[in-house]
Ligand binder design. Structure first.
Ligand code: ATP
Ligand code: FE
Length: 350
């Protein structure tokens, strides 16, 4: 069984061919980073147009690399939300046309389910497991108990960590996306120079907060500028290192709590991470330590499968299809919470 997965919910146009036997035959990602570079963030209109322009090209490239033709594909899976609606719509319309033209079944996938089910594609992790999704737009602990069963055990109450990394980069004059650059700068600085806050650690539960961190960083930067007229490379490195350490500490401490709660509920002991921020070595080390201390197995998919890609959509589509979770109508949904505790409504908040 071969699945073609299509992803266009943010700033990557991606397509992949994946086998139901967990073999990834191709995984192509066209990044739009260069298109948005001059704007200091993603411009939805530009993103939507770029997706519309490239979806057919990336799908063709994925099929060619896999050495298969559209007629060999058994199922088409597409991200139906959440994300920037222009991109999601482009992907859904493209996939509908493709499926209708080729006479193939089509399934809509929640982008976050794609991330959350990735450890099953890469490592065959059995249900249930705990997932920490840390990306540019999300930060949540999910108990994953089935292909469509996700229970949120805690989440950020404001910014996502990737967003905080990106804003930190912007405040310090580094280009976007800022995560990798802040990490590189941090390698040359002492993380103990600035005592940035560790928000919500004093409160029970697994919710997190990262927006105060960015405010503290701005204040520290402004103080240095006021004193010395500007920040040196060393100042910048130490700001980055102290910021990164604060994020890593919060994530590790909250993860330790989530692990304890998860064991109590499910008696299982695997934690997996996904999302671009999982690429950060300091953050990963903190999570690994928390897992070791709790006797958990720690799984992190390779980076290319941690960030947005078509393979995770293909896989999540297959899991849904295989479980009979098909729907008659496929709609594009800008907001679409994963867990059923929060029921999505048209036009309402997350
Ligand atoms: P979502 O999937 O929630 O819609 P997204 O698509 O923006 O969000 P990803 O592509 O998973 O998220 O990850 C991108 C984010 O990860 C960016 O915010 C980026 O700065 C951050 N990131 C990437 N590498 C690192 C790193 N080494 N350290 C910290 N953050 C990083
Ligand atoms: Fe994503």
């Amino acid at each position: 069984t071969l699945i073609l997965g299509i992803e266009s919910s943010c700033d990557d146009t991606a397509a992949a061919v994946v086998g139901a036997d967990r073999v990834i035959l191709s995984n192509r990602v066209f990044s739009q980073t260069d298109l948005h570079a001059d704007f200091g963030g993603i411009v939805p209109e530009i993103a939507a147009r770029a997706h519309a322009e490239r979806l057919d090209i990336v799908a063709e490239a994925a099929l060619a690399e896999a050495g298969v033709m559209l007629s060999d594909i058994d199922l088409i899976a597409v991200t139906a939300g959440p994300g920037l609606i222009g991109g999601v719509l482009s992907g859904v319309m493209f996939a509908k046309g493709l499926a209708a033209g080729a006479g193939k079944p089509l399934i809509g996938v929640n982008h976050l389910a794609g991330h959350a089910l990735t450890p099953r594609l890469t490592d065959g992790v059995p249900f249930p497991y705990l997932m920490l999704l840390v990306s540019g737009g999300h930060c949540q602990f999910l108990a994953v108990t089935g292909p469509d069963d996700f229970t949120r055990m805690g989440s950020t109450i404001d910014d996502a960590p990737g967003e905080a990394f990106d804003k930190t980069a912007k405040l310090l004059g580094l280009p976007q996306p800022g995560g990798p650059l802040v990490e590189a700068e941090a390698a040359n600085g002492d993380p103990r120079r600035f005592a940035f806050p560790r928000p919500l650690l004093d409160r029970p539960g697994c919710d997190m907060s990262f927006s105060g961190l960015k405010t503290a960083l701005r204040r520290a930067r402004d103080m240095i500028v006021e004193e010395k007229g500007g920040i040196t490379r060393q100042d910048r490195a130490e700001l980055c290192a102290s910021f990164q350490q604060a994020v890593a500490d919060v994530l590790a401490r909250k993860t330790a709590r989530a692990l304890a709660a998860f064991t109590e509920l499910h008696g299982a002991s695997t934690i997996a991470v996904a999302g671009g921020v999982a690429a950060n070595a300091t953050i990963r080390a903190g999570l690994q330590r928390a897992a070791d201390e709790a006797g958990f197995t720690f799984t992190a998919p390779p980076l290319k499968l941690c960030t947005d890609n078509g393979a995770m959509i293909a896989w999540a589509g297959w899991e849904r299809f295989d479980a009979g979770l098909t729907e008659d109508t496929l709609t594009a949904r800008p907001r679409w919470p994963l867990d059923k505790t929060a029921v999505p409504m048209l036009g309402s908040g997350k």
